[in-house]
Design a protein around this ligand. Structure first.
Ligand SMILES: C[S@@+](CC[C@H](N)C(=O)[O-])C[C@H]1O[C@@H](n2cnc3c(N)ncnc32)[C@H](O)[C@@H]1O
Length: 160
């Protein structure tokens, strides 16, 4: 498979996975969280197709398309561990988190996801979901939509 085809599969999985997850959390109270604003593509998708709930956004730098700059009061600029701690300190509860931090080096990205799980998992409301490119620990993994090949995108649900 070429890198171009691989990218197409990743984008399709992101769209299908986020659409599925948005539907799944429709009745779960809480905010949303975008971990890794980047260009702003997935944030924009959550904003476009989610309901009107608040979307917290974390990135160490603001580097997105001008149309995707989050509202100042929902954007936390800094390292993800410290920013998630700040969210916990203000009592935020998250119904849906999308995790796309990383630099594309598998071993390093997985290690970081494992380390950041201890900040992320406690933020998730009972019944809330994490949709992730990287493995998250400390929360049960669930099956996502049938259209996504196993392991291409990962889904987790907080018990309760
Ligand atoms: C792959 S991009 C995200 C792509 C984005 N979801 C999109 O659809 O355009 C990853 C982003 O995560 C950020 N990032 C990576 N590790 C981070 C960390 N530990 N703390 C904060 N931001 C981080 C990078 O600055 C980068 O903007």
């Amino acid at each position: 498979m070429s890198r171009l085809e691989s990218m197409r599969r990743r984008l399709t999985a992101q769209i299908d996975g986020l659409n599925w997850a948005l539907d799944q959390v429709a009745d779960i109270p809480g905010d949303m969280l975008e971990l890794g604003l980047g260009n702003g593509r997935t944030y924009d998708h959550m904003r476009e197709y989610g309901d009107d709930r608040r979307i917290w956004v974390i990135d160490r730098q603001l580097n997105c398309h001008p149309s995707c700059v989050p509202p100042e009061d929902s954007y936390l600029e800094g390292e993800a561990d410290a920013m998630m701690q700040a969210l916990a300190d203000r009592g935020a509860k998250i119904a849906l988190a999308h995790y796309e931090l990383g630099i594309g080096i598998r071993e390093q990205d997985e290690k970081e996801a494992e380390k950041l799980s201890e900040y992320l998992v406690p933020l998730i409301a009972p019944g809330g979901l994490i949709v992730s490119q990287q493995p998250i620990v400390g929360i049960p993994e669930i099956d996502g939509p049938d259209t996504i090949a196993e392991g291409r995108y990962l889904f987790y649900r907080q018990p309760g």
